[in-house]
Design a protein. Sequence first.
Length: 93
Amino acid sequence: MQELIPVNIVLGDRTYRIKIDSADEQEVRKTLKLINDKILEFKTQFAGKDMQDYVAMVLLWFATQSPSSNSSGLNVTLQEALSKMELQLDKVL
């Protein structure tokens, strides 16, 4: 098992410090970029009250994407990394 490294991530307008495998860092950062880009896209397209509205929209969009139609090439390993990250964020919140 690889050693976990601490990284600071920005999701929405909030910063989180999480620990991930160093081999997963690039995939996590690419996923964060995709999520933050979608948040920005939804902010320009839809009216929302706060960042939570946009994060919820992105989560719904992300959850409804089929693997074959996903242009970012998400794979099982990335989905596992997202699940780990979600668990870590739940612990922080």
